[in-house]
Ligand binder design. Sequence first.
Ligand SMILES: Nc1ncnc2c1ncn2[C@@H]1O[C@H](COP(=O)(O)OP(=O)(O)OP(=O)(O)O)[C@@H](O)[C@H]1O
Length: 350
Amino acid sequence: MITFEGVTKRYRDGTVAVDDLSLEVPTGAITVFVGPSGCGKTTSLRMINRMIDATSGRIALDGQDVREIDPPTLRRGIGYVIQQAGLFPHRKIVDNVATVPYLLGWNKKKARARAMELLELVGLDAGLANRYPFQLSGGQQQRVGVARALAADPPVLLMDEPFSAVDPVVRASLQDELLRLQSELRKTIVFVTHDIDEAVKLGDTVAVLRVGGRLAQMAGPATLLTEPADDFVRGFLGRDRGIRRLSFISAKEVRLGPAPPDLVTDGDGRPLGWRTGDGLAAYGTFDPETDSLRAALDAALLSPNGVAVAVDEEGRVRGVAGRDAIDDLLAEYAPPVRGAGSAAAEEAPA
Ligand SMILES: Nc1ncnc2c1ncn2[C@@H]1O[C@H](COP(=O)(O)OP(=O)(O)OP(=O)(O)O)[C@@H](O)[C@H]1O
């Protein structure tokens, strides 16, 4: 566990970047620091591995004040990933990943073998190992950055806007990959982003910071979306928070009806489309066992008739859900958000 106890950072010019911050980052989970530009996210993160020293207060790693640990030792136990990966341009990918093992004095063969293992772990082809960073796409470079941070198997990983520089599609796949990795590795991860969607997708816990480096709210994503602490948090979550909350509600209870005859299927019972006068129209599917209510609603919106097709894990039709079935659950689980303010309060802050 990482603990911040009344931590303040005042830069030499007098800027108070972080003001009396107290919070706990639990072991083995992802904690996201989110907030508008300049709210002190990066400063807070860098005080953990002492790239920046706090002016006052205390940061402890499993109970030990980080100021009592010399920086090189401290950083050996803390992987660090930054935006645009920060790879060494003149080193091959394999040597980039092996940076920390080399520093730890591993022999070249062992360090490279570890690097190859990590490239595979983050989903990169072994064939990329002998390339240079400029020969990789942005998304591939970010994966290398993650592999490099994991090289010495540190229990803690600090990630500062690691996926901000890649396009939204690549970004989503990097996020999925991180969640997959984390389900295996169970690292203590502190992840900084200004993107609330990324925060609620990745965070087991989300800390919302406001400018001046003060904690506005810290909670699990579902709680944050349901019970924003104040107008600032509500504004930061934005108008879409009602929709985002649906991602945390299972579609299991959506009432299914039998598939009507105008849903055309193949020989195995997989959907092909809705029969129309002159062919087949688009359809949307969801798997009630594994998907969320948001996926069910998306599936309904994709079909011109507003009916979502429920499928099993093999993609075979199990039934259908009309908007009435989905709306019933919406009314039950997602009544208007408590404390929903005026339209003005909904505007995102700068
Ligand atoms: N070396 C420095 N000297 C003076 N002020 C600084 C320094 N580094 C950061 N700041 C200021 O401290 C505040 C917090 O900066 P920080 O980079 O921690 O914020 P952030 O939330 O990570 O922002 P962003 O999302 O824009 O990266 C800002 O007002 C910034 O201008």
